[in-house]
Design a protein around this ligand. Structure first.
Ligand code: COA
Length: 149
């Protein structure tokens, strides 16, 4: 398995297929294409396995010494095998290499797999955004991972 920056149009198609399979209101191709025009801030990484060129992805912004994770998902048929944990570890290592050692994100309160994933990676709850999500309406938990001392 490798974690690499999104490189080709085929990679973007792979990301969009996972978006469609994972979220009620998937992020659009237009959003990704706009993001890819500002690579200094917007970073999209894909998880590759021997069988699958885009098994998962993570999109985040890097601003100064921190990153904000906007999206992270794994192909539905490949979940529960540690792939997201590997992807997240790769993303955190890449961000540290860039000098960003603090991370934030929002997650649905009801999203047990994602909350478990982030807790295992050292994220802790820093706040709540009421009714942040739509389809369905739900609170977001704000999670933060501070630098490991
Ligand atoms: C959240 C998500 C990325 C996890 O991917 P994954 O590859 O299955 O995750 P991993 O296999 O690395 O597992 C990470 C942890 O989550 C736990 N987990 C996985 N599926 C779970 C489930 N259905 N219920 C509860 N916990 C679960 C695992 O048990 C694991 O913890 P453990 O090692 O202590 O057992 C995946 O479920 C997904 O793509 N969901 C849809 C998109 C999404 O919600 N993204 C998060 C947006 S913030």
């Amino acid at each position: 398995m490798t974690v690499e920056r999104l490189a080709t149009a085929g990679d973007l198609d792979g990301v969009l297929a996972i978006e469609d399979a994972s979220f009620n209101n998937p992020t659009t191709r237009e959003w990704y294409e706009a993001e890819l025009k500002r690579p200094e801030v917007c970073h999209i990484y894909v998880l590759r396995t021997l069988e699958c060129p885009v098994a998962g992805f993570c999109a985040f912004w890097r601003v100064a010494d921190q990153i904000h994770i906007n999206n992270l998902a794994v192909r539905p048929e490949l979940r529960g095998q540690g792939l997201a944990s590997h992807l997240l570890a790769g993303v955190m290592a890449e961000s540290a290499r860039m000098g960003a050692d603090r991370a934030t994100l929002e997650v649905r309160r009801s999203n047990a797999p994602a909350r478990r994933l982030y807790a295992k990676a050292g994220f802790t709850e820093a706040g709540v955004r009421r009714n942040y999500y739509t389809q369905p309406v739900e609170d977001a938990l704000v999670l933060v991972r501070n630098p490991v001392p």
